[in-house]
Design a protein around this ligand. Structure first.
Ligand code: FAD
Length: 286
C-alpha cells in the first residue's frame, strides 16, 4: 500500500515549522506510528508533510518548580526507561512501558499519541489522572489545556490545525501518592481494550486525593469524576471501592467492537479499576 504523493520538509526550528504549517493540507510527522499507516491506507492524504524530528527543543525533559516538562518528541521508550520519569512520574513511566511493542515504543512519541487521540491509546488515561497540561503553540500565541479538556471524541481533540503540541506538563509526584496503570491489552496490537490509571493519596487513612483516568471504554480518554468523588473521603474499603466503580462509566457511550462488547468492556473496566485502586493504595509510602 503506497501513500498518495506529498512534499516533505524537515525544519530545524519551531518558527520554521510554524511557517510551513501555514500552508494548506499539511500534516505534522512525529514517530509516524499512526500517521504513516493512515497514509498508506489513504485515510490521511496530506499534500505536505512536516517532519518534526530535527527540532531539538521538542526532544527534552526538564524539571521546574515541581513540574516535569516533557517535550512532545519524547518517545514511549524514553519515558518508560528514564530514571527521572520513573522516580518523579512513576504513573507515566508505567503507562509508557505498556504501549505496543519495542519497535513502537522506540519510534512513537507522547506528542504524537496525544495529538492522534486514539480511543484505545494508553496515555489519555494517565494524563487525565495526572491533571497533565498540554502546551499548544501557534505562530503568535500559545495556550495550555488540561488533559481532561483536551480529548473530546474519537481521534478528536481541541488541537487546531495551526497548533503544535510542544510539551506535556505533569506534576512531580508527591512521594505519598500511590499510582497504578492497569490495562487489558488487545493481544495483536497491544492497544487498550480498557486501561485504567489511578492516583491516590491518604490522610490519616482517608482518601484525600482520588484520580481515576479511563481509556478504551468510550470514544476518548476521560476522568471518571463521579467514581473519584465516591472514593474521596472514604477509607477505601472493599465496600467503598465497589460503590465507586459503579459510577465509572459516567454516562459515556461504551465502545462495542470486534474485540469487546460494551457489556464486557464495562465489566472489565470495573475489575481493572478495582485492581488499579488496590495497587495504588498498596504503593502509598508509609
Ligand atoms: C503496531 C502498533 C501497536 C501500537 N500499540 C499501541 C498501544 O498499545 N498503546 C498506545 O497507546 N499506542 C499504540 N500504538 C500507537 C503508537 O503509540 C503511536 O506512537 C502514537 O499513536 C502516535 O505517535 P507518533 O509519534 O508515531 O505520531 P505520528 O504517527 O507521527 O502522528 C500522529 C498524529 O499526531 C500528529 N502530531 C504528531 N506530533 C504532533 C505534535 N507535536 N503536535 C501536533 N500534532 C502532532 C500528526 O500530524 C498525526 O496526525 C501502536 C501503534 C502501532 C503501529
Amino acid at each position: 500500500m503506497i501513500p498518495q504523493g506529498f512534499t516533505y520538509s524537515k525544519p530545524n526550528s519551531l518558527p520554521e515549522a510554524m511557517d510551513l504549517l501555514a500552508k494548506d493540507d499539511v500534516k505534522l510527522l512525529a514517530g509516524g506510528m499512526s500517521l504513516i499507516p493512515m497514509m498508506k491506507l489513504r485515510l490521511a492524504t496530506p499534500e505536505h508533510l512536516i517532519d518534526l524530528g530535527a527540532i531539538s527543543e521538542l526532544n527534552s525533559i526538564s524539571e521546574n518548580l515541581g513540574k516535569l516538562h516533557i517535550g512532545a518528541l519524547t518517545t514511549h521508550d524514553t519515558l518508560a526507561n528514564s530514571s527521572l520519569i520513573q522516580e518523579k512520574s512513576p504513573l507515566l513511566a508505567e503507562t509508557a512501558s505498556h504501549i505496543g511493542d519495542i519497535q513502537v515504543r522506540n519510534m512513537g512519541t507522547i506528542g504524537g499519541s496525544t495529538a492522534h487521540a486514539d480511543p484505545a491509546a494508553d496515555y489519555p488515561a494517565s494524563l487525565c489522572a495526572l491533571d497533565a497540561q498540554i502546551k499548544l503553540v501557534r505562530k503568535d500565541s500559545q495556550r495550555v489545556v488540561l488533559a481532561s479538556e483536551f480529548f473530546i471524541d474519537a481521534l478528536t481533540t481541541v488541537l487546531e490545525p495551526d497548533e503544535i503540541i510542544t510539551e506535556i506538563i505533569v506534576p512531580v509526584e508527591n512521594p505519598k501518592t500511590g499510582t497504578s496503570y492497569k490495562k487489558l491489552r488487545q493481544p495483536a496490537s497491544g492497544f487498550a481494550i480498557v486501561g485504567i490509571a489511578t492516583r491516590l493519596q491518604l490522610s490519616d487513612g482517608i482518601v484525600s486525593l482520588a484520580r481515576i483516568g479511563v481509556t478504551g471504554l468510550g470514544p476518548n480518554g476521560f476522568r471518571a469524576t463521579e467514581a473519584e468523588n465516591a472514593l474521596q473521603n472514604t477509607a477505601a474499603t472493599d465496600a467503598d471501592i465497589n460503590k465507586a466503580i459503579t459510577f465509572l462509566d459516567g454516562g459515556v457511550e461504551v465502545n462495542s467492537d470486534i474485540h469487546a462488547s460494551s457489556n464486557y468492556r464495562s465489566h472489565v473496566a470495573r475489575i481493572y479499576t478495582t485492581r488499579a485502586i488496590k495497587t495504588a493504595l498498596a504503593r502509598i509510602a508509609c
